[in-house]
Design a protein around this ligand. Structure first.
Ligand code: PXP
Length: 248
């Protein structure tokens, strides 16, 4: 049986990071998103952080207006962010842990400890027709907790796997990939849709794209970094090609 298609969600946060380095409006994250879609992105992801260090409220509104593909609104699970999402009505909302001091999202959500806090927010988003995903560690007990919370989607954190690949530690990357395989299988058996992301590059994406239960990858930093050398369109095409080659 051939594997189900694997979608690519392009995260455009760091287009906004470059813009904000000088103030003003250039480069425009919406233009980057439209270009990414033209060359193979299936959706666009943007993280409106509480400190607005890259994407801003006006970017989210403009993305919502201009995109014809699904918009995945990455957000902290706070009342303020839920209110913004309910106003914006993106296709999906990915709930992530957020800590002001971190450089990027460093770990998965604590959905076992955060159950009381997450449940009502997941329900509010779902009732508005927004597809909720939880950004979590690849762990079977966490899949059970996500399922119990009623989220239809989980995004498995690939950061530890990617760090092992970058370190050239084959045993550690195989171990981390095996955790992702087990979590993806268990999550799918529970009826969850499985996504994955964080830290993926053209060099590390293949073994993750091969995991047939995974339906979507969300990738940002490496694409914007590669764009410095080859341009954004080519960077997205290269990532798409690496994913498709591994999936076949
Ligand atoms: N998925 C989630 C939930 C994230 O928080 C991030 C980082 O913003 C990504 C995917 C993309 O990670 P990267 O920028 O390292 O590709």
């Amino acid at each position: 049986m051939s594997a189900l298609p694997l979608r690519l969600g392009v995260n455009i946060d760091h287009v906004a990071t470059v813009r904000n380095a000088r103030g003003g409006t250039y480069p425009d994250p919406v233009r980057a998103a439209l270009l990414a879609v033209e060359v193979g992105a299936d959706g666009i992801t943007a993280h409106l952080r509480e400190d607005r260090r890259h994407i801003r409220d006006a970017d989210m509104a403009a993305l919502r207006r201009h995109l014809s593909v699904p918009l995945n609104f990455e957000m902290a699970a706070t009342d303020a962010m839920v209110a913004l999402a309910l106003g914006l009505k993106p296709h999906a909302a990915c709930l992530v842990p957020e800590n002001r001091a971190e450089r990027t999202t460093e770990g998965g959500l604590d959905i076992v400890g955060g159950r009381d806090h997450l449940g009502p927010r997941i329900r509010a988003l779902a009732e508005a027709g927004i597809r909720v995903s939880l950004f979590v560690e690849p762990d079977e007990a966490v899949m059970e907790a996500a399922h119990a919370l009623g989220a239809p989607v989980v995004e498995l954190h690939t950061g530890r796997y990617c760090e092992a690949v970058v370190a050239g530690d084959a045993a550690a990357s195989a171990h981390e990939r095996a955790r992702i395989v087990r979590a993806a299988g268990h999550g799918q058996r529970l009826g969850l849709e499985i996504h994955a992301g964080h830290g993926l590059t053209t060099g590390s994406v293949g073994p993750i794209a091969q995991i047939s239960e995974i339906r979507e990858l969300n990738i940002g930093h490496a694409l914007i970094a590669d764009a410095i050398f080859v341009g954004l369109a080519q960077a997205v095409r290269d990532m798409r090609a690496a994913m498709d080659a591994a999936r076949r």
